[in-house]
Design a protein around this ligand. Structure first.
Ligand code: FAD
Length: 453
């Protein structure tokens, strides 16, 4: 018998790594988890959490303006202090870091602060010290990627945005995915003159086409300038505060900041993966089998760096599965990647679950599609020109609702409930038999009767 320091060595204390480490330790395994930056990983420190806090901040100006329609008056000018927002956010995140530390320690896992490097299938080195472990799990997440163009070193990513010392007056966001539209929405809401530049012809590739068109109009109404089928060709620094952004179309924009939200790559650099057997897919994601085991026996990988839907709840589910698979008494429930609901916190929000109309039409011979677009009740009093959109995609043969999509306030909160129904196999008849909650926007989902032409 070989002597190991640990039963499991987890590299990376983000969403997936923390869940795996503490669930495994709670099952009696001797677990170490190495982290070189921040406990809680991307989600807690530079992802979901600070993003959502900033989304709240950016919506408050509208809320105050909307108050006037309900009789509220605010005298004097409204001032926003970016430094207070960043400081308060940092304080909250430090609190969360502390909670993650406590959760790990109380489960019995050993936290090792530092960058981990794999030496061989049983050995990990951190800060010059080697640890031997029966099994190793790689949960190092993903890292923002900035495309190659002249002056790209002047562009920042979401990682830096959350810690900016000052908010620019004008900004360019490069990209058309969910992080790009969320960041553009945050900045526009905080009063930054924001231009989003995207090489594609429409935002949010992979989302339902009709929803993409709808949300584009809403984002424009919020004041974000959208430039499609264009790209940045060069950035030059004018002075400390100003950049000159050259576009492929020939135009230029002077801005205080360029934020590249141009995708993320698996965070696998300098991990020592060349010392073991690892297979990669074409995008550089680590390939794993159904138990999240890599080509190297006893070495596992999970979360963002295996590709798929790069979301915190997905990484958590994979961590739970692996802990149960490695150390549980009974076989784990397989992670079901079908019908994973997700939200985009652009403004207004998007919530979506299941198939887009385009995907459903490839899978089923006949569809029924129900849509509704309306002014939210609140805005009948505020006068704000904002609309909501809802859509159900139904397989005609089985009557099953195979996709639900929404743009509107709290879309994520609403779609989370719909996702349970869809997971349970709800039919359109079930939706129709459900009595709505009045007056809500959500009741629209159970009153849609008109099939769209
Ligand atoms: P991570 O959480 O990234 O954790 C990886 C950890 O490994 C990091 O802490 C890193 O420091 C550490 N690490 C890396 N290399 C080493 C090493 N060699 N040694 C030691 N430690 C190492 N998801 C949602 O579900 N909802 C959202 O609203 C959402 N918003 C997002 C917004 C933004 C701006 C971003 C960037 C992401 C967002 N995500 C969101 C995605 C979510 O954050 C990720 O899917 C999730 O964090 C992935 O978890 P993970 O465990 O794979 O990796």
């Amino acid at each position: 018998m070989q002597a190991f320091d640990f039963d499991l060595f987890v590299i990376g204390a983000g969403s997936g790594g923390v869940r795996l480490a503490r669930m495994s330790a709670a099952k009696g395994a001797r677990v170490a988890v190495a982290e070189d930056r921040y406990l809680g990983g991307t989600c807690v420190n530079v992802g979901c959490v600070p993003k959502k806090l900033f989304v709240y901040a950016s919506h408050i100006r509208e809320d105050l303006e909307d108050g006037e329609g309900f009789g509220w008056q605010h005298s004097g000018s409204l001032n926003f202090d970016w430094a207070s927002l960043v400081n308060n956010k940092n304080t909250e995140i430090q609190r969360l870091n502390g909670i993650y530390k406590k959760l790990l320690e109380s489960s019995g896992a050993t936290i090792i602060n530092g960058r981990a490097r794999i030496i061989d299938q049983h050995t990990v080195e951190v800060n010059g010290q080697s640890y031997r472990s029966a099994k190793i799990a790689i949960a190092t997440g993903s890292w923002p990627f900035i495309p190659d163009f002249e002056g790209n070193e002047h562009a920042i990513t979401s990682n830096e945005f959350f810690f900016l010392e000052t908010l620019p007056k004008r900004a360019v966001v490069l990209g058309g995915g969910y992080i790009a539209v969320e960041m553009a929405g945050i900045m526009a809401g905080l009063g930054v003159d924001t231009t989003l530049v995207y090489r594609g012809e429409q935002l949010l590739r992979g989302f339902d086409q009709e929803l993409r068109l709808f949300v584009k109009d809403e984002i424009e109404k919020k004041g974000v300038n959208l430039l499609f089928e264009d790209n940045i060709s060069a950035i030059t620094r004018i002075d400390n505060d100003q950049l000159n952004v050259k576009l492929e179309s020939g135009g230029t924009i002077e801005a205080g900041m360029v934020l590249a939200a141009t995708g993320r790559k698996p965070h696998t650099q300098d991990l020592g993966l060349e010392n073991i057997d690892i297979d990669y897919d074409r995008s550089g994601n680590i390939k794993v089998n159904e138990h999240y085991e890599t080509a190297q026996k006893g070495v596992y990988a999970l979360g963002d760096l295996i590709g798929g839907m790069q979301l915190t709840p997905v990484a958590l589910a994979e961590g739970m599965y692996l802990a149960q698979h490695l150390f549980g008494d009974t076989p784990p429930q397989t992670v079901d990647y079908e019908n994973i609901a997700t939200a985009v916190f652009c403004q207004p929000n998007i919530g979506t679950v299941g198939l887009t109309e385009e995907q459903a039409s490839e899978r089923f011979s006949k569809l029924r599609v129900y849509t509704s677009s309306f002014k939210p009740m609140k805005h009948t009093m505020t006068g704000r020109n904002e609309r909501s959109f809802m859509k159900l995609v139904v397989d005609d043969a089985s009557d099953r609702v195979v996709g639900a999509h929404m743009v509107g306030p709290e879309a994520g909160e609403i779609i989370q409930g719909i996702a349970i129904a869809i997971k349970a196999g709800a039919t359109k008849a079930h939706f129709d038999q459900t009595i709505g909650i009045h007056p809500t926007a959500a009741e629209e989902f159970v009153t849609m009767r008109e099939v769209r032409d």
